[in-house]
Design a protein around this ligand. Structure first.
Ligand SMILES: C[S@@+](CC[C@H](N)C(=O)[O-])C[C@H]1O[C@@H](n2cnc3c(N)ncnc32)[C@H](O)[C@@H]1O
Length: 263
């Protein structure tokens, strides 16, 4: 994703997420919290990379007094939404002294004002990286942005279930928003890609507005990613399976990766 693909989606993103019982980032948040507790973090600074509209950054800031929280995303429009003090998915407004700071940044150019004890990257955002050089650049910046022993936590769509995840047509709707999702996948030179076309119909004063949004994601195989992670100087400390039959709000089978800065 080299340009702001989310420019139009940004205005609908939180409304779309509000069609589910919980926004995805909120469904995943307690697992991130549990991983940080289990593996430990000495520096109370969290950076959520590809933070979108800032849901997880705000969630963390509201619950972890004393932490400094940052969010970064490539999309100007998503960051503009994250900076708004209220949104449909953020019931509470973060007090000003704990409000996260947001920056427009590519994953490959992550640069925070201070080293982080925890970096996160949630909701398929790592699957948005389509090529190994882009992944390597991102991992290098992650390592350079983490404090010694800092944690990097991210989710990926489960590789064995990737093709079935990107298959078929589904609909979710509410009184003012209708979303159709058409999915497909293709293999090219041994790499599996998933394509999703979202069609939104949103109620406006006199009519329904229509918006289409196309997304391509890559299936990252554990072996290739482990090798890129090792080359970056990070180490994998745990990989957890996340099963949507246990928590339907995480939508599809995933893995949650916990990496550490250092051996
Ligand atoms: C599915 S959204 C997830 C947003 C957020 N993490 C959440 O949980 O709601 C994927 C996000 O990744 C961002 N993104 C995609 N490629 C990126 C890149 N190369 N650098 C930074 N952000 C990127 C998009 O702008 C979008 O906000």
């Amino acid at each position: 994703m080299s340009e702001d693909a989310y420019i139009d989606f940004a205005v609908l993103y939180d409304e779309w997420q509000a069609l589910y019982p919980r926004p995805f980032a909120v469904a995943l948040a307690p697992r991130i919290e549990a991983a940080v507790k289990k593996h430990g973090s000495r520096v109370p600074v969290l950076g959520d990379l590809a933070c979108g509209t800032g849901t997880f950054a705000h969630w963390w800031a509201q619950r972890h007094r004393g932490w400094k929280v940052y969010g970064t995303d490539l999309s100007d429009a998503m960051i503009a939404s994250a900076r708004k003090p209220t949104s449909p998915v953020r019931k509470k407004v973060t007090p000003a002294d704990r409000a996260p700071q947001f920056f427009v940044q590519d994953l490959a150019a992550t640069s925070l004002p201070e080293k982080a004890g925890v970096l996160s990257c949630l909701f398929d955002s790592m699957n948005h990286l389509l090529a190994a050089p882009a992944m390597s650049r991102m991992l290098k910046r992650v390592r350079e942005s983490l404090a010694p022993d800092g944690l990097f936590i991210f989710d990926l769509i489960e590789e064995e279930r990737f093709a079935e995840t990107f298959e078929g047509f589904s609909i979710i709707d509410g009184p003012d928003l209708y979303v159709g999702m058409q999915m497909g996948s293709e293999e090219r030179r041994g790499v599996l890609y998933g394509d999703a076309t979202f069609t939104f119909f949103r109620r406006q004063t006199e009519h329904w507005g229509r918006l289409e949004f196309n997304l391509r994601e890559r299936c990252w195989r554990e072996a290739e990613l482990r090798s890129l992670i090792a080359k970056s100087g990070l180490s994998v400390v745990d990989i957890e399976a996340i099963d949507p039959s246990e928590d339907p709000d995480v939508y599809v089978p995933r893995t949650l990766w916990i990496c550490r800065n250092g051996p």
